[in-house]
Design a protein around this ligand. Structure first.
Ligand code: M6R
Length: 611
């Protein structure tokens, strides 16, 4: 949550920071601001989008060679100019941006109030900044030392980046629990929450670790731990192209990302699935095959859309590998007293690899002896680094706040892992194994076919855009797809939508059905097909409107439903990868029909790095 950018070097800092903030806006977009060091410290901030800040700064003197910028997702204090970052210290000497939450900020604030401090914002950030300045003043020490002392008292998660008016040649940053990347240019340095603001200037980066402090000048980067010992920076090369961060002719990132799925799924399979030799090559699985094959239990830990991928994986792993699977919301797991045993394998599923709840949950499980396997999209992210083994989903940068291509990437990776374990465990017979490899291989082409339904789905979206609420139903492998479809609709169109297993409908949700309720059935052919036909009849008997995602040629449901979306034939174990795509498009076009900003839905942020 919140995006941070900073620059120090020979170039003008403001345009670099502004462009970086626009790239990071997906992380939060309720206010933004910059602090620039040039002949003093100037702080500008504004409620609203980065574009509002930009407009408010037209005509101002923005000349500077060092600066910090922030785009906010509010935690402490409403979105407003005064709660926007950067914050200034009481003396005006320091400016700071912060991503994360300082949990003991009330205690620190009370201490400062007793000393006579007053505050201009409601934020935990301003408290931490003044706490640092107070230490600096009382100990008469350098800022770096004051930050170290302060952070030993801080409970919570943070990336902080500070400018000091009296040291215009230095930026200081520190991290615990929130992401921070430093880009190393020629005689210049860049800092950001992820690599997207940095990529067009340099590909050499250092990912800062927890409890590290970075002291950055234009031509020097010093990393230290909180004990003041120097750490050698580990410089990595980014494998990311600028074009991947742009809309490429689409109106929105979400639409671009939906349409990228034939390629992202192909990339995910490439080099792994070898149809000729009927093999799956995944180093993370192969190198840990004993651990995985002998797992007494698998626990999928994730949030949101990634949790839905875990739910699909539960069905897949139990069927193919015969290992019991539990699926946990990270935000519940971390606060419970869960039973975790040594033979347990945890799958940590995350697009960003930075979701705070997931990070804490897997750290807890790791402490209790579980083996952590990451299924992550963002290379080098925190979850990728905490995991003992893993497989990337290779979906490329996902900018739209509503997750689309990352989800299908997660499904493909999880199914490949399950197939590989099942093959090793001999819990799958060879013909089914080969059949499923062929089915996976065919997915990118089938996704292309599904995307040709774009216009048809756009028309359906217009027809149902005024719905007051909606119900999504599915069974078996496609129950999680009903949940994911309903989440997409809620996020993008703000229409209250519930997802249920279709068989559960009669236990309550059927009370919602009347002639105005659209009920979206994920009803492609499979084990439960007859049952789902009965469920559709139950809805029609109560005059509900049925929109059904069906297999091509399914005349029975076609004759029952008000509208259908016809899918290519696929094995039901593979079908969730395909069936989610029309639901992504439906949510997208309903959001558009209602005039909403689908890439930046209200109250949401792409990466939830707070509790
Ligand atoms: O980055 P992660 O996959 O860990 O994020 C988990 C959720 O926050 C995320 O899936 C969220 O639900 C999306 N907005 C869904 O579209």
């Amino acid at each position: 949550m919140c995006g941070i950018v900073a620059y120090i070097g020979p170039k003008e800092a403001y345009p670099i920071i502004l462009k970086g903030l626009k790239r990071l806006e997906y992380r939060g977009y309720d206010s933004s601001g910059v602090a620039l060091l040039n002949d003093g410290l100037k702080v500008y901030k504004k409620k609203g989008r980065v574009a509002d800040l930009e407009e408010s700064l037209i005509g101002k003197d923005l000349h500077a060679h060092a600066g910090i910028g922030h785009t906010r997702w509010a935690t402490h204090g409403e979105p407003s100019d005064r709660n926007a970052h950067p914050h200034s210290s009481a003396s005006g000497r320091l400016a700071m941006i912060h991503n994360g939450i300082i949990e003991n900020y009330t205690q620190l604030k009370n201490e400062l109030i007793k000393k006579g401090y007053t505050f201009t914002s409601d934020t935990d950030t301003e408290v931490l900044l003044n706490f640092i300045e107070d230490i600096q003043t009382n100990n008469n020490c350098e800022l770096e030392e004051a930050i170290r002392i302060a952070l030993k008292r801080v409970v919570g998660a943070y990336v902080i980046v500070l400018l000091d008016r009296d040291h215009p040649d230095t930026i200081i940053a520190a991290r615990k629990g929130s992401p921070l990347v430093i880009g190393i240019g020629k005689g210049e340095h860049f800092l950001a929450s992820d690599a997207s603001p940095i990529i067009e200037y340099t590909k050499e980066v250092v990912y800062v670790n927890d409890y590290e402090l970075a002291i950055i000048k234009k031509d020097e980067l010093v990393l230290k731990n909180l004990g003041n010992e120097k750490i050698t920076p580990f410089v990595q090369k980014l494998d990311l192209e600028l074009a991947a961060l742009e809309k490429g002719g689409y109106d929105h990132f979400m639409l671009k990302e939906i349409f990228e799925q034939p390629d992202t799924i192909f990339d995910c399979l490439r080099g792994r699935l070898d149809l000729g030799n009927a093999t799956i090559t995944m180093a993370g699985v192969q190198n840990n095959i004993e651990q995985l094959r002998n797992a007494q239990r698998i626990i999928m830990i994730a949030c949101g859309t990634s949790w839905h991928a875990g739910l699909v994986a539960e069905y897949v792993f139990e069927e193919l590998c015969r290992i019991p699977v539990e699926v946990e919301y990270a935000s519940e797991f971390r606060y419970r007293n869960p039973v975790v045993n040594k033979g347990d394998v945890i799958f940590a599923i995350s697009q960003s690899g930075e979701t705070a709840d997931t990070i804490v949950a897997i750290e807890k499980a790791k402490d209790q002896g579980a083996f952590i396997f990451g299924v992550v999209n963002v290379v080098g992210s925190s979850i990728a680094r905490i995991s003992q083994a893993g497989a990337y989903s290779h979906a490329g940068p996902e900018i739209g706040v509503a997750s689309t291509k990352a989800f299908t990437g997660q499904l493909v990776v999880l199914i490949m892992i399950a197939l590989k374990i099942a093959f090793e465990k001999k819990t799958i017979d060879e013909s089914r194994y080969v059949h499923l490899l062929n089915e996976l291989h065919a997915v990118p082409e089938k996704v292309k076919e599904i995307l040709l339904l774009d216009e048809h789905i756009k028309k359906l979206a217009k027809k149902y855009a005024d719905a007051k609420d909606a119900l999504y139903l599915g069974r078996g492998y496609n129950f999680p797809i009903a949940l994911e479809g309903s989440l997409k609709l809620k996020e993008i169109s703000y229409i209250p939508a519930a997802g249920y297993p279709a068989g559960e409908m009669k236990h309550g949700p059927i009370a919602l059905v009347d002639e105005s309720l659209p009920v979206i059935f994920v009803a492609t052919k499979g084990t439960h097909h007859e049952k789902i036909i009965s469920n559709i009849q139950e809805i029609k008997a109560r005059k509900g409107k049925v929109i059904a995602v069906i297999s091509e040629g399914d005349d029975v449901i076609q004759n029952l439903a008000d509208d259908v979306i016809k899918m290519p034939e696929a094995d039901e174990l593979i079908s969730p990868i395909l069936n989610v795509i029309p639901l992504q498009l439906l949510a997208y076009y309903i959001g558009i029909a209602k005039g909403y900003d689908v890439d930046k839905p209200r109250n949401l942020a792409k990466s939830v790095t707070v509790e």
